[in-house]
Design a protein around this ligand. Sequence first.
Ligand SMILES: Cc1cc2nc3c(=O)[nH]c(=O)nc-3n(C[C@H](O)[C@H](O)[C@H](O)COP(=O)(O)O)c2cc1C
Length: 400
Amino acid sequence: MTDISSVARLSEPLKFAYWVPNVSGGLVISTIEQRTGWDFEYNKKLARIAENSGFEYALTQTRYAASYGADKQHEATSFSLALLAATERLKVIAAVHPGMWHPGVLAKYLITADHISNGRAAVNIVSGWLKAEFENFGLEWLEHDERYVRTEEFIRVLRGLLTEKNFSQAGKYYNITDFTLQPAPVDVPGRAHPEIFFGGNSTAAQATAGRVADWYFSNGKDLEGFKDNIAGVVAASGETRRGTEGALPALSSPKFGLNGFVIARDSEKEARDTLREIVEKAHKPAVAGFRAAVQEAGASTKDGKGMWADSSFEDLVQYNDGFKTQLIGTPEQIAERIVEYKKIGVNLFLTGYLHFQEEVAAFGQDVLPIVRELEADLARKNGIELDLSQAPVASAEVAA
Ligand SMILES: Cc1cc2nc3c(=O)[nH]c(=O)nc-3n(C[C@H](O)[C@H](O)[C@H](O)COP(=O)(O)O)c2cc1C
């Protein structure tokens, strides 16, 4: 128990999230049939299916202008709030760009959403890559690492306003003086405040997440790639970032979420054929346009590391590198792969699908029970019991 104990807590069941398809065109840039809607009615039904299928979280995307073919988009915070109001247990994470929001306005929104949903609101702070979105709005586009300077300040202000009275912070981007937000967020046992997720892969992103995020989200990665990410985040987080909790050593870093595109089929061949068809039918001009735009991300850093910096054409067809995680095969194969990632420190899987409503339900029915069995075995081998009381229960109401 070397790297496992330092990052993941074996008694804790893995958590599952899905990408909310609040932009048009599905999660792959391909003309293959995708039975996935982007409208609210589709998403309301999907959210209810997900919370009844063992999913704990949903993540919206923030997008103001077309990119990767997603030519229509619903705004992330309002969409998230509507999904919270339409569900009972699902936690909905709204994606937000610091460059577009003031942290005080976001804190106020988040507290209101938290009260409406009885403590289920969360945010994903993303530093952005689509330069045209900012420039055409007349907003300043900061150089790559400077975006993370602003993001770190933004998160410190956000957390301060969510947790403290008479909060003040003077900085380069934000100056807050003696501010108290009333009401405070809902008091949820085990949660200090609405959870703050953070997405990014570059060296600057890892360091920022290590210092200030509750959760670090990564684009799709193979096992080695994800180990590197974890090491970068943990190194930045420092030993004393959090107190000791649970049976395993103190969690000295954020928890880790990893993106993966799931293709679960009856046979491995069927799943691989589906992947092949997605890539063969890729919308080439849209993938090329996306590749050009994301040069503002990892590729623009000094060390050339970060999101999409080493992505192939095939990787980019799922615009968050979801094929790299290789959740592709039979339910057994996928469950085994998922638990391999748990061993190296993943706490949550963020999942995407071709046909969301059907496949989210199928994931809960076919893949999740095997994951739980494998997790229980892994825990037992290390002398620990898997605490299933912490996992959301799948319910009989699922009907896609
Ligand atoms: C899980 C996840 C979700 C993201 N969601 C969004 C989003 O909704 N909108 C957006 O503009 N960028 C999103 N991003 C991308 C970030 O804004 C940022 O451009 C990217 O992580 C840059 O990575 P880098 O620091 O490696 O260059 C997301 C990233 C991750 C990992």
